[in-house]
Design a protein around this ligand. Structure first.
Ligand code: AMP
Length: 128
């Protein structure tokens, strides 16, 4: 069964203006803001304004206008962070095994320093 969207998740509250955020980019379909716990000098979160739980929900249900705006915004946010030339990592944790903590679709854009290996090996990271 597909899980319902949780309207009380922290990013829904940010979108409603109930919690402040450090906005780095915004348009009709997308909001991007600094991660509250940055993992590198540049760490932005890019979220659709629509109520989508994760990448699967968004890819299956968002309109083409929302999808185009979202993908274009990823590059705009990288440019805003001045990491386009030096490089950056894009991550979207999805569901339980993906270790998704906030159930509103978000892509992390992380840069400004080397990101390191992509993921720890399963056999040394079995506990998450
Ligand atoms: P994930 O594990 O992919 O769901 O990551 C959720 C991210 O949201 C984490 O990197 C948190 O630091 C970040 N986060 C949680 N609350 C806030 C907030 N109020 N403002 C900005 N970032 C947040």
């Amino acid at each position: 069964m597909t899980e319902a969207y949780d309207r009380d998740n922290v990013f829904a509250k940010i979108l409603r203006g109930e919690i402040p955020n450090a906005t780095v980019y915004e348009d009709d379909h997308v909001l991007a803001f600094s991660d509250i716990n940055p993992q590198r000098p540049v760490h932005s979160l890019v979220i659709p304004k629509g109520a989508y739980r994760d990448l699967t929900d968004f890819a299956e249900n968002a309109s083409e206008a929302e999808i185009v705006a979202y993908v274009r915004a990823l590059a705009k946010v990288a440019r805003a962070g001045d990491v386009t030339e030096t490089g950056y990592r894009v991550i979207s944790n999805t569901g339980a095994d993906g270790h998704q903590e906030v159930p509103h679709l978000h892509f992390h854009i992380i840069g400004g320093a080397p990101a390191g290996p992509m993921a720890r090996r399963m056999d040394v990271d079995a506990d998450g």
